[in-house]
Design a protein around this ligand. Structure first.
Ligand SMILES: [Zn+2]
Length: 146
């Protein structure tokens, strides 16, 4: 069953429909923590209670991403209305975004909805801000349209 991420502030869809897999279950996805690689397969989001490995989240900044559960998406599974913040202090990185300085992605309405890591020393991953987003069942909506 696929779900779509919505911005809680404006109710817009901010992701493509994705299947959410949960860690510790048999359908656990193959998560790769390799540098510059997408963390999950296309169309798959990962719900985890694990912490980010220290090598992709420096100790002094780790508290910003220490919450549970954490939903991990591919940046290319986000909707194009999701943009970088204008706050350059949150856009550090050498080849992409290191995601170490707080929320760096905004919905079209201006609400911060999550953090992208896409630097040369991190996997490519978007971490949703739970307080600003929620998931909606997609297939149910499609059936209602019939
Ligand atoms: Zn919004």
């Amino acid at each position: 069953m696929k779900q779509i991420l919505l911005c809680t502030n404006c109710k817009r869809a901010v992701s493509k429909p994705v299947q959410i897999l949960v860690d510790g279950t048999p359908d656990n996805p193959n998560v790769s923590w390799d540098d510059e690689c997408e963390l999950t397969p296309s169309g798959i989001a990962f719900k985890t209670h694990l912490r980010f490995p220290a090598h992709v989240s420096p100790v002094e900044k780790a508290h910003l991403l220490e919450f549970s559960p954490m939903f991990l998406l591919r940046p290319d599974d986000l909707d194009p209305i999701v943009k970088n913040t204008e706050d350059s202090s949150r856009l550090n990185g050498c080849c992409g975004l290191d995601g170490c300085d707080g929320l760096n992605k905004k919905c079209q309405c201006g609400a911060y909805i999550g953090t992208e890591k896409s630097d040369c020393w991190t996997p490519k991953v978007f971490i949703t801000e739970n307080a600003a987003t929620h998931w909606q069942n997609v297939e149910k909506t499609a059936q209602n349209d019939d």
